[in-house]
Each structure stands twice: as structure tokens, then as C-alpha cells.
Design a protein around this ligand. Structure first.
Ligand code: GCW
Length: 678
């Protein structure tokens, strides 16, 4: 059934003409299979090529025919050694794919320095076919630009997924370690196909039980499934674990007994999982325990854990998403205020993991002011793949353009061109480690992500983690071709739907830099009126601050002064209502309803216009998708059509509710041609 289970690895037969074109290049497969990783690479190629070409290539130990494909390392496949391939610079995860001549016969090589590099190259070769690229004169070199490319599962041990909209946790703790669900293998294949090399298995709001022997046995079993695919396992560590499962009465990071407890725990973990990746920690945020409970700093806490992991090669990913809802200062400023003074005091196996924006995965946020502000510390990017604030799994919202916008933003930290991508990949400040994390949107739903199009967000996350300079449109095209159809009459409109979908959601939810207007708690529908009353960190009525005169949160130098956390050239622009990008106008400024914006409209009219534009864009997506019936199987077409209908209904809900609410402040009429909310 076309239920989406196979993701972008469907490997359905190509068009007959394509098969004819490709077969001569893929007649014979020479891929050693003496290690687990080599075996999975060979299996994937046989499965993929067999599916795409209608018949798998013949397997041989050495090339003996035209059209051989050689996959391996110079060590695993001696035939590669004599070809003068330049494997330097590919590191231990990169690969090259090249068309060569062997004894006068055309052949293709997929070569790497390591088995996992060859596995990544195998997936790339398959992608070339899936996207119908020519195989005649290949000369591709790829190496990941970021070292740690990690999914963060917010999965609890009872299989509830915090902010998960695609069923339960795929980790069946009850049946582990004895039953290894085949889904784990398919999960690993999907991740390896896009270069993801780490998975934090449990929620950052961590349960200390995961560190007990019973659970560690289960974690070790999962690590065994993921290992051949180059994926390391990490765990979220609860800072107070020594108290909860260690019987101690403190978790003070400077207490020698606490340090010894963690040292033993690390040894215990590495005895079971020799390639364990390390710990992810959410500390002193939203009520979680942390070093500050004992009068210590984030650096004290992170360094204590880093110290016990270092001898085993592990890292600490310490989250900077720290704020207190009791703190009356602008929440935008809290992480920066706490972390910048600690720059330079972290051990070198600590990464500080920073959300893309300073509030919380809003539909659109300016880049987090910490990027560029901690040059002595490797900063990991934390993106959210699950769409907590973007319509869950129901709304079609492709996150590629949003990720790209943040990665390309210029921090000006070391002069112009100091993009967030350069901070994150370590190139700006010369860091040896670097990382990108994505909060997973994966669950037990047949289609993994809750909707077909949300698979694209998993995909684009992985592709951008590998290369943060890729453009999201190219990635969307790839994904559409692999997942649905390569027919240009289909690809073009569907990519257009995807590329416009993020702006559409911003328009019908939180236009012009508004943010956190969602219903409190669930974060799904509109709730700018804030049920349950104000909260200190929202500094009164949420962040929109609507009044009779105007709307928006004043973060300028005369307001909360969050702008001053950015480098001067950026701060200057954000501080100026005439120069700030209009998409962030009300993020940084409180503006009169009657002030003019660049379209020539008043702010009020522009707000209404953008809400309506968002709804219209969803209607356009519906019409476009309706017109594509027949290009894709009825099963997936139907579900997407119904989901778009839900999105249309809810975009209207967002628009009407928001406009009606804001109108109680502005008391202005709707502009000409705009229907009033029903
Ligand atoms: O986005 C918010 C979520 C919480 C989450 C928290 C965090 C895991 O609403 O559910 O907790 O951020 O990132 O720590």
C-alpha cells in the first residue's frame, strides 16, 4: 500500500527509457561485505538498484565486465587502490563517486576512507537514479561540513512523545532489548541516507531511569542496530540523577562523590556501548534540575559531565534554552545574559546547543543573538523538525526555507559574512567540533511523520545538517522526485507549494514579526487573548502588546533592549523601524496601527492583508494539488487533499480569530474588500 512507510527510499521501477539508459552503467556490483556496514551498503544497493532498474546487478568479487560499480575503501577493495583516487580531504565520513575506466571498460567507483563513507556514497548513487541524473561522467566529492548531525527525540519512557504528532515513540522499551523491531533498521536506513549520524533517544525533560542498568541494556540493543549505519546513540541526562537513582542527597557538580557517581556511570555506559556519543542536558530551564540548584553555573555542570565523558571520547551537548517563567526580564534576553559570560570556560568536549531563535521555535524568528556572541565555544544549532508551533503534522509547511533563512543570516560577529552557518559549522571561529540537532518528528504512524509532507522536514533537516549551505529548493526538488514523481509537470507545482508554505503559515498565524499567539499549552490554534492570564516572562499580555494605539513588542534600545545583544551592524538595523526587515517589524517594535509600511498600507491594513494572503495561499495549494490527481497514487493524493482542507479551515480560523481580537484594540474597520470574520 502507498502509506508512506518507505519514505524517500521507495525504489519503485523507473520509466523504461531511464532503465535502459542506466543499466549499462550498473551491470555488475563489486562491493565487499565483510563488515556490518559493508553488508548494509551492499544490501541497500541491491535493494535500490533492483527496485529502480527492475533487476539487481550481478554481484562479483572483482570487476570483470563493462558497467561495474565498485564500492568500498582502498583497504576493503584493493581494486580501488590503483586508480589514483584522491581520497584526502574526504575525512572519515566523506566519499567520492567517479566514472572511470578499468582495463578499458567503463566503471563507476564509490570510494571512501571508511565503510560509513562508502555507505553514504551508496545512498548518493541511488539518489542520482531516483532523481534521474546522468551517470556518464560522474565526478562528485562530498564530505559533511558539520560533525554531529543529530536527531533529538523528545520521547518519554512510556512512549509518549512530547510535542510529537505522529503516534507514539518508535522505541518500544517494553520489548527491548529482546525484540528489535524492524522499524529500527528502517529508521537507521532513512537517517543514513541523509547523513544523520547521531540520535538522542529520550526527551530532554529527562527521566533518570534511562541511566539505570535495565534501560542501559535496552539502549545498548538499539545502539547495536544503529551502529552499522554510522549512527551513535546519545542520552538526555537528568542533572539530578545521582539523587533519583543513585541514592545521594545532592547532585552538586563540585561534590567529589557526585563526580565519582557520574564517572562510574560513564564507565558503565561505555562498557555496554563503546561508541556512546554522550549526554544532552536541559538544566535549570522550565523547572528542570541543574547546577544552579546548588549555587553552581552552567559551565560547572557541563564541565563535570564533560570530564567523565572525555576519556571515552564522548561529548556534552548543553542546551542554552534556559529561561524562567518567573523572570520579569524579556525572555528574548535570558539565554544570552546567562551564557555569554561563560564563553571560554567550557571544556573542549562541550557544545552549547542553541535554538534557532531566542523565544521558542516560533513560525519565524530572527536568529538567536548567541550565534556569534560566544566565539570560544562551539555552538550547536537546534532546529525543531516537529511542528509544535506550525500546525503540528496537519498543516503543509515545508521548513527548508526557514532553516535556510536562519543559516544564511549574517551575525556580523567577525565582520560581514559571519553567517550563522559559519558559526555552526565551526569555520568562523576554528572549532574542532560542530553540530546541528533537530527535534525529531518521528513516531509510530505508518508514514513516520504524521503526514506525507512532514517527511520532507526530516529529509531537509538531514541534508542541511550535512551541508548547511545547500538551498532548500534544490532539496525540495530532490525529495519530491524521490518520494512522489519525477515528472516535471508534477515536480514544479509541488515544489512551488512547498516553497511558499512557510510564509503562508507565518501569514495566517503570526505575520509581521508577531509571535507566541498560539493557544496556551497545546500551541495549536490561535490564542492571542491568553487564557489563564499574564505571566512574568511574557511581560503582561503575551508578546503582541496590543493597545488602543498600536501593536508589537518594543525590543529597541528604549524598550527591553534585546537588540543590543546583536552585533552593532545588526542591532542598528533591527533597532530602526524603517530598516528592520518587515517580517520582524513587530518582533522588535511597537508601532501605531496607523503607521505606514512599505506596501503603502497602514499597519492595520497590512496585518489584515497578510492574514488573508496566508489563507489565499492555502487555497492556491488546494487548487494546485487538486490539479495533480493522477500524477500520484490515489491513497496519498487523497490524504493530502483532506489535510489541505483542514489547513484551509484552520487558516481561516487563525485569520478570523486574530483579526477579531486585534480589532478590539485597533477599533479600525477592515480594509475594502476584506470580509469580516464570521
Ligand atoms: O518548545 C518548548 C516546548 C516544550 C519543550 C521545551 C524545550 C521539551 O513547548 O515542550 O520541552 O520547549 O525545548 O525544552
Amino acid at each position: 500500500a502507498e502509506d508512506g512507510y518507505e519514505l524517500w527510499l521507495r525504489y519503485r521501477p523507473l520509466e523504461a527509457g531511464q532503465q535502459l539508459r542506466y543499466r549499462p552503467h550498473l551491470a555488475q556490483l563489486v562491493a565487499p561485505a565483510s563488515t556490518p556496514t559493508q553488508r548494509v551498503a551492499r544490501e541497500e544497493l541491491l535493494r535500490g538498484l533492483g527496485g529502480l532498474l527492475g533487476q539487481a546487478p550481478a554481484v562479483a568479487d572483482a570487476p570483470s565486465a563493462a558497467g561495474a560499480v565498485l564500492v568500498g575503501t582502498p583497504a576493503s577493495l584493493p581494486a580501488l587502490a590503483g586508480l589514483g583516487l584522491d581520497l584526502e580531504g574526504l575525512g572519515d565520513e566523506g566519499y567520492l563517486i567517479r566514472s572511470v575506466e578499468l582495463d578499458g571498460r567503463p566503471a563507476t567507483v564509490v570510494a571512501a576512507n571508511s565503510d560509513v563513507g562508502a555507505l553514504y556514497g551508496s545512498f548518493h548513487l541511488l539518489r542520482l537514479l531516483q532523481t534521474r541524473q546522468p551517470l556518464d561522467a560522474l565526478d562528485l566529492r562530498q564530505a559533511p561540513k558539520v560533525k554531529l548531525r543529530v536527531l533529538n527525540h523528545w520521547d518519554d519512557l512510556d512512549r509518549y512523545v512530547e510535542r510529537g504528532y505522529s503516534g507514539q515513540s518508535i522505541w518500544n522499551w517494553h520489548l527491548l532489548p529482546d525484540w528489535l523491531d524492524p522499524r529500527y533498521t528502517d529508521y537507521a536506513r532513512a537517517n543514513a541516507s541523509i547523513g544523520i549520524n547521531g540520535a538522542v533517544l529520550n526527551n530532554v525533560n529527562a527521566n533518570a531511569q534511562i541511566l539505570t542498568p535495565m534501560y542501559l541494556a535496552k539502549v545498548a540493543a538499539l545502539a547495536g542496530v544503529l551502529r552499522p549505519y554510522g549512527i551513535r546513540v546519545y542520552l538526555s541526562a537528568r542533572f539530578s540523577a545521582p539523587m533519583e537513582i543513585g541514592g545521594m542527597d545532592t547532585a552538586d557538580p563540585l561534590d567529589p562523590a557526585v563526580q565519582r557517581w557520574w564517572k562510574d556511570k560513564a564507565a558503565e555506559i561505555y562498557a555496554r556501548i563503546p561508541d556512546f556519543g554522550g549526554f544532552l542536558v536541559k538544566a535549570n530551564s522550565e523547572g528542570q534540575p541543574g547546577p544552579q540548584d546548588f549555587g553552581r553555573t552552567h559551565a560547572d555542570g557541563a564541565n563535570m559531565l564533560a570530564e567523565v565523558l572525555a576519556p571515552h571520547g564522548g561529548v556534552v551537548m548543553w542546551r542554552a534554552f534556559v529561561y524562567s517563567h518567573e523572570e520579569p526580564d524579556d525572555r528574548h534576553k535570558q539565554a544570552y545574559t546567562e551564557f555569554v559570560p561563560l564563553d571560554g570556560s567550557f571544556r573542549d568536549n562541550v557544545l552549547v546547543q542553541v535554538k534557532n531563535g531566542a523565544i521558542d521555535f516560533q513560525p519565524r524568528e530572527p536568529f538567536h543573538p548567541l550565534f556569534g556572541a560566544m566565539p570560544k565555544t562551539p555552538l550547536m544549532m537546534e532546529f525543531q523538525i516537529t511542528k509544535e508551533y506550525l500546525g503540528f503534522a496537519t498543516h503543509l509547511v515545508y521548513l527548508g526555507p526557514m532553516y535556510e533563512e536562519v543559516l544564511r543570516a549574517d551575525t556580523h560577529a567577525a565582520g560581514p559574512g559571519s553567517t550563522v552557518a559559519k558559526v555552526v559549522d565551526g569555520s568562523l571561529d576554528g572549532h574542532a567540533i560542530s553540530g546541528i540537532a533537530g527535534v525529531a518528528n518521528i513516531g509510530t504512524d505508518r508514514n513516520w511523520s504524521g503526514s506525507h509532507f512532514d517527511q520532507a522536514n526530516w529529509y531537509v533537516f538531514g541534508r542541511l545538517a550535512w551541508d548547511p549551505y545547500l538551498d532548500s529548493r534544490t532539496v525540495a526538488e530532490e525529495w519530491v522526485r524521490m518520494t512522489f514523481s519525477a515528472d516535471p509537470a508534477f515536480v514544479e507545482p509541488v515544489v512551488a507549494m512547498m516553497m511558499g508554505s512557510h510564509q503562508a503559515a507565518v501569514d495566517y498565524m503570526t505575520p509581521l514579526g508577531l509571535h507566541h499567539l498560539m493557544g496556551r499549552g497545546h500551541h495549536y490554534g490561535p490564542g492571542p487573548w491568553v487564557e489563564g492570564g499574564p505571566r512574568a516572562d511574557w511581560t503582561s499580555v503575551y508578546y503582541h502588546r496590543a493597545t488602543r494605539e498600536g501593536i508589537g513588542f518594543d525590543r529597541t534600545t528604549s524598550g527591553s533592549d534585546a537588540v543590543s545583544q546583536y552585533a552593532p551592524p545588526v542591532a542598528e538595523v533591527f533597532n530602526d523601524p524603517e530598516r528592520v526587515p518587515e517580517d520582524f517589524l513587530l518582533w522588535f517594535h511597537h508601532r501605531p496601527w496607523t503607521s505606514r509600511v512599505s506596501s503603502g498600507r497602514s499597519l492595520w491594513d497590512e496585518l489584515v492583508h497578510r492574514y488573508s494572503r496566508g489563507v489565499a495561499q492555502v487555497e492556491w495549494m488546494q487548487r494546485t494539488w487538486d490539479g495533480l490527481r493522477g500524477h500520484v497514487d490515489a491513497e496519498r493524493h487523497h490524504q493530502i487533499e483532506r489535510f489541505l482542507a483542514i489547513q484551509r479551515k484552520e487558516a481561516q480560523w487563525w485569520r478570523d480569530a486574530s483579526i477579531a481580537y486585534f480589532q478590539t484594540f485597533s477599533r479600525l474597520p477592515l480594509p475594502e474588500g476584506e470580509a469580516p470574520p464570521e
